[in-house]
Design a protein around this ligand. Structure first.
Ligand code: GLY
Ligand code: MN
Length: 465
């Protein structure tokens, strides 16, 4: 946990932003895996963690903007719990660690909220993402299940985004710890990417590295020779010489800050000419986009800078043609990069995505586009110092998309389909880093993870078998 002043300050700033009413933060409960007593590892709600810090199931936090008071509702362990799970501090002692003196048994939460409602005060809560929380909010507030999400407080969402999107020095240090764990995961993945190895051997090994270094992975590992499938969780392929392998993986620290890094390597450790050519285009795009990061620029403009860099590179490779600006304006680059350049990152790997991507990545000055490809851009708005975001361009050869665009006669002025056909066995390449927006520009966070062709080949020259 951070020191208690951090949590007190966060709650005070939240009350100021909110102005009035009661903000209710239901923490998570244990979730069953395949029968009630066989449970997933507990993961606390990130918003609860941010304001109340306690990594413990079955609690709720309340911060009251009218009275200035903060509360933790939760039950002390009973003897049974102690027998199975060991001695635990009492709720009052845990709450004191985050600067809260008002505690009560969980059962008292419902009457506390009823009293506030009877006084005509608004109860603010965030949109829930777990069924158990929906049911609990129904029980606590009397809102029908189907209406709970819609009844979430836009004022609270906006206040939470405003606070959480700016990372402080302690949070940045945690994120860098998570990236340093990712360094170990990715360099191990590179060194294992040899012909004959099954993808799951690598995926399992690097998930183990994350666990061994203190936390779970920050999202299910994406690791595949079929990198053209963007979120590929199938790890059953036997690696073959001549293919490339994408690893998109990150870790969580003990305080649940995350990393999200992607590297792509040639199986066997040496890029062939075709691989090197496309890889260099993605690398140039990754670096051009990173170098453009500074406060005041819209991330959507950096997304389009990346798109132009991809088109320029693919023109040199003979896969695209025509005017670069016109190709991007028409959307021709989306055949190769049908996703957005990146997203906010923090405790959630897609930070605060559960609050609604448009509240996090867009604002009144930047609305989400509806066109194919650009619509998937999770972050479009103007950047501010303290944002942490990912830069993750990619080039993919997705046979079904190539066939569809060609059949529809799309972008005939910009795409050399005959040559693209010969890349249908290529797969995909993505290169992703985690970046802090500083007062004057950017900082690539964490220990640098090899990404130039020379750096990748040097790491892979020392294989792990
Ligand atoms: N790392 C997976 C994603 O950003 O969607
Ligand atoms: Mn990502």
């Amino acid at each position: 946990m951070f020191k208690k002043e951090v949590y007190i300050d966060r709650r005070n700033r939240l009350k100021q932003e909110l102005g009035s009413g009661v903000a209710l933060f239901p923490g998570n409960v244990d979730a069953a895996f395949n029968y009630p007593a066989n449970q997933y590892h507990f993961r606390q709600d990130s918003h609860f963690l941010y304001f109340f810090g306690l990594d413990h199931p079955g609690f709720a936090g309340v911060t009251d903007a009218d009275t200035g008071e903060d509360y933790i509702f939760g039950n002390d362990f009973d003897l049974d719990d102690i027998i199975w799970m060991g001695e635990q501090p009492i709720v009052a002692d845990m709450a004191a660690e985050v600067g809260i003196t008002n505690t009560a048994p969980y059962a008292e939460l419902v009457s506390f909220l009823k009293k506030a409602t009877d006084e005509g005060r608004k109860i603010h809560f965030l949109p829930p993402y777990r069924g158990e929380t929906v049911i609990e909010l129904t029980r606590l507030l009397g809102i029908p299940n189907a209406e709970v999400k819609g009844a979430a407080s836009v004022a609270l969402i906006k206040a939470v985004v405003k606070l959480k999107e700016i990372k402080d020095e302690y949070e940045i240090a945690e994120i860098e710890k998570a990236i340093d764990i990712a360094y170990e995961m990715h360099t191990t993945s590179m060194r294992m990417a040899m012909p004959g190895v099954v993808e799951q051997e690598i995926a399992g090994t690097i998930e183990g590295i994350s666990l061994a270094l203190g936390g779970p992975v920050s999202f299910p590992i994406i690791l595949s020779m079929d990198g053209q499938t963007l979120h590929n969780h199938y790890h059953g392929n036997v690696l073959e010489e001549g293919r490339m392998m994408v690893t998109d993986a990150g870790a969580e620290t003990q305080l649940h800050y995350s990393s999200d890094i992607t590297r792509t390597v040639p199986v066997g450790g040496k890029f062939n000419q075709r691989q090197a050519e496309i890889y260099q285009v993605v690398l140039d795009t990754n670096m051009a986009a990173i170098e453009a990061i500074r406060p005041g620029i819209k991330y959507r403009d950096i997304h389009f800078l990346a798109a132009r860099t991809i088109v320029d590179g693919l023109k040199k490779a003979g896969l695209m043609k025509g005017d670069t600006e016109a190709a991007v304006a028409a959307g021709a680059h989306t055949l190769f990069m049908p996703h957005g350049l990146g997203h906010m990152m923090g405790m959630d790997v897609h930070d605060m995505e559960g609050l609604g991507e448009d509240f996090v990545g867009y604002d009144e000055n930047t609305r989400r586009a509806s066109e194919f490809g650009t619509a998937y851009l999770r972050l479009g708005k103007e950047l501010k110092p303290g944002f942490v975001l990912t830069v993750e361009p990619g080039i993919y050869f997705i046979p079904a998309l190539i066939d569809q665009f060609r059949k529809d006669g799309k972008y005939l002025d910009f795409i050399n389909y005959d040559k693209v056909e010969t890349y249908k066995d290529f797969g995909g390449i993505r290169i992703e880093d985690d970046i802090l927006v500083t007062d004057t520009g950017y900082r690539v966070l964490g220990k640098p993870i090899p990404k130039t062709i020379e750096e990748v080949e040097a790491v892979m020259a020392d294989p792990l078998r």
